[in-house]
Design a protein around this ligand. Structure first.
Ligand code: ATP
Ligand code: MG
Length: 561
């Protein structure tokens, strides 16, 4: 992994280019993003979204949004809505191509009947446990079900009665008749339909039999005329089955291509685990800014362009790997450095009284909004006799390499004046409560006409004008690079970071931030990037720390080189 300009590998592009050259799909490129609406999307899904929509854009093709809604027990409208919001927010559009596997339940049923009539499917009376036991293992072949040789008539009759709702859940299943001795377990008479008397978010109680994922997926691809059915590596062993259905049904045949899923350090990405965090209140909902969900990252302040850039940089490969979280943060900083307005904010305020400054005077310092973007212009920041600086910008007995404020020392207040510390005021416990300083009136704008140099430049706020704000600082949700690395009897939650959220109730920010809209992103100068949280109200500003300023990616690279 590099952060130079070398294009990352993407073997799928090569396949498409070759197909276009040979005319395989008449130059057509049609992909789909097929989420199951059983949770919110995460950064791994973002990789798949960027890949599928990105290929369609690049090759002038189309990408469908298809909900793989074949399991009504776990699926909800809330998830469907959130998925649509997230894909759009990432910057992609499916136009009118919003599809649902459930739209095809009728067709899939017809095809199941064809398989039965052709002798390729049968109704089995074994229980789920028995089917598992009969299935065999990787080293041991499976056993055929005693019901495998039911007549076609009996199969048709039972399957129709399954559909009509005559039987209880679990009494019968429809299975493909392939090969119980196959070296590939997916071909050992996989289940096609099971009975589920459950209300479906879209089809209601119209159906009480539901197709299995493997049976629905390829046929849905075929119906939609998909050319490349791109999925993650664990489906490689399912490809022979994907092909078997399309061949036996003799219908249009898309090509399944597998790629390595995204894994990221310090986080988990299985929807089951994310659901667990949410349901057990171990985080504050799906959009908790510590979650690897797209909604969490949005709330945290990640710009969609940074996520797209990340997806581009990690590339698309055939072998599994784990990406360092620092690379994602590097992408964030790259993007935010270009786009985020700079403002001054003080997280841990220390009061400074400028003793020789007139009591009621206010001056306005002109501050550049973003030195990377001249079009962003400037703003006026009020300056007055009492200012706040960051407590850590003062040391009473300065360390050797500390060049900021100390007794007797002169520093620059950014865009304003040079000040010199004259007195340190302490309370009865000996804690510093206030500094007294003098300013040099000749240094307005932050420059000395006599060329006098100072080593430290501090950000500051006029105490009379500063706004109070709540600031939420986030760290990794887990303390280990691999959260699944646990001891006996523990699970991933044992590795949760108890310090992943730190709330600063009384920070101070510039008055220009009054009325800042949720979602607006800023660089608090010298501190970090922040984003306005939706919890903000007209009289209570809340900021989320998106990412710190310090790049750790360069260091990670050095280590690995
Ligand atoms: P989980 O295993 O957590 O339940 P899933 O893969 O079943 O997730 P789906 O909703 O089926 O979730 O995923 C939709 C699409 O996103 C699939 O094509 C899947 O391959 C892809 N996807 C899911 N997770 C990742 C990941 N970590 N990296 C890349 N693509 C992913
Ligand atoms: Mg899935």
């Amino acid at each position: 992994m590099t952060n130079d300009q070398t294009p990352p590998p993407n073997f799928i592009k090569k396949i498409i280019e070759d197909d276009i050259e040979s005319g395989k799909y008449n130059g057509r490129v049609h992909t789909r993003f097929p989420p199951e609406p059983n949770g919110y999307l995460h950064i791994g899904h973002a990789k798949s979204i960027c890949l599928n929509f990105g290929l369609a854009n690049e090759f002038n093709g189309f990408c469908n949004l298809r909900f793989d809604d074949t399991n009504p027990i776990k699926e909800e409208q809330e998830y469907i809505d959130s998925i649509k919001t997230d894909v759009r927010w990432l910057g992609f559009d499916w136009d009118d191509r919003e599809f649902y596997a459930s739209d095809y339940f009728g067709q899939l049923y017809e095809w199941a009947i064809k398989l039965i009539k052709d002798g390729h499917a049968y109704v089995d009376s074994l229980s789920a446990d028995e089917i598992r036991a009969y299935r065999g293992t990787l080293t041991e072949s499976g056993r055929e079900s005693p019901y495998r040789d039911r007549s076609i008539e009996e199969n048709l009759d039972l399957f129709e009665r399954m559909k009509k709702g005559e039987f209880e859940d679990g009494t019968y299943v429809l299975r493909a008749k392939i090969d119980m001795a196959s070296g590939n377990l997916n071909l050992r008479d996989p289940v096609l339909y099971r009975i589920l008397h459950a209300e479906h978010p879209r089809t209601g109680d119209e159906w009480c039999i539901y197709p299995m994922y493997d049976y629905a997926h390829g046929q849905s691809d075929s119906i939609e005329g998909i050319t490349y059915s791109i999925c993650t590596l664990e489906f490689e062993d399912h490809r022979p089955l994907y092909n078997w259905f399309l061949d036996e049904l003799d219908i249009y045949h898309p090509q399944q291509i597998e790629f390595a899923r995204l894994n990221l350090t310090y986080t988990v990405m299985s929807k089951r685990k994310l659901l667990r965090l949410v349901k057990n209140n171990l985080v504050n909902g799906w959009d908790d800014p510590r979650m690897p969900t797209i909604s969490g990252m949005r709330r945290r302040g990640y710009p969609p362009a940074a996520i797209r850039d990340f997806a581009e940089r990690i590339g698309v490969a055939k072998n599994d790997s784990t990406i360092d979280f620092a690379l994602l943060e590097y992408c964030l900083r790259q993007e935010l450095n270009q786009s985020a307005a700079r403002v001054m904010a003080i997280l841990d305020p220390l009061k400074v009284v400028i003793t020789n400054y007139p009591d009621d005077k206010v001056e306005y310092a002109e501050a550049v909004n973003n030195q990377e973007d001249p079009a962003a212009g400037t703003r006026q920041v009020p300056f007055s006799k009492v200012v706040y600086i960051e407590r850590e910008d003062f040391q009473e007995i300065p360390h050797k390499k500390f060049f900021r404020l100390a007794p007797g020392r002169e520093v620059r207040l950014m865009h304003a004046y040079y000040i010199t510390c004259t007195d340190v005021i302490k309370d009865e416990n000996g804690d510093i409560v206030e500094l007294h300083c003098t300013y040099d009136p000749e240094t307005w704008g932050g420059d000395s006409p006599d060329g006098r140099r100072v080593k430290g430049t501090l950000h500051w706020l006029s105490a009379a004008h500063a706004l109070s704000a709540e600031v939420r600082l986030y760290d990794h949700l887990f303390t280990k690079e691999n959260p699944d690395d646990v001891g006996e009897g523990e699970d991933f939650t044992a590795n949760m970071n108890p310090d992943s959220l730190q709330v600063i109730a009384q920070a101070k920010v510039e008055p220009s931030l009054a009325g800042a809209e949720p979602g607006s992103r800023y660089q608090f100068l010298r501190t970090a990037y922040f984003c306005v949280d939706p919890d903000t109200t007209p009289d209570h500003l809340v900021f989320n720390r998106t990412v710190t300023l310090r790049d750790t990616w360069a260091k990670v690279q050095q280590k690995s080189n």
